[in-house]
Design a protein around this ligand. Structure first.
Ligand code: SF4
Length: 76
């Protein structure tokens, strides 16, 4: 099984990944909005209701549905 991405993984840290979208540093990421989270990101490789799913931006490690990173793209 894939391992969970840590906020401290170099790639995750560089992208400002947080397990909880409400914990994102607003000053550092002004484009972040509270409604943005992994489960509604185009890169999330799971169903919207899944608590965790792989993300190609973080080496296909598991990211939290309620998480966020600066590579977030609105799901079409
Ligand atoms: Fe979450 Fe999308 Fe960033 Fe992946 S790219 S960690 S799904 S916000």
């Amino acid at each position: 099984a894939a391992e969970k991405a840590s906020e401290k993984d170099p790639t995750a840290a560089a992208l400002g990944y947080k397990l909880d979208t409400s914990k994102v540093d607003k000053a550092k990421f002004p484009k972040h909005a509270a409604t943005q989270q992994c489960s509604n990101c185009m890169l999330y490789q799971g169903k919207p209701a899944d608590a965790f799913a792989p993300c190609p931006a973080l080496g296909n490690k598991l990211v939290a549905g309620k998480g966020w990173c600066s590579a977030w793209v609105k799901k079409a």
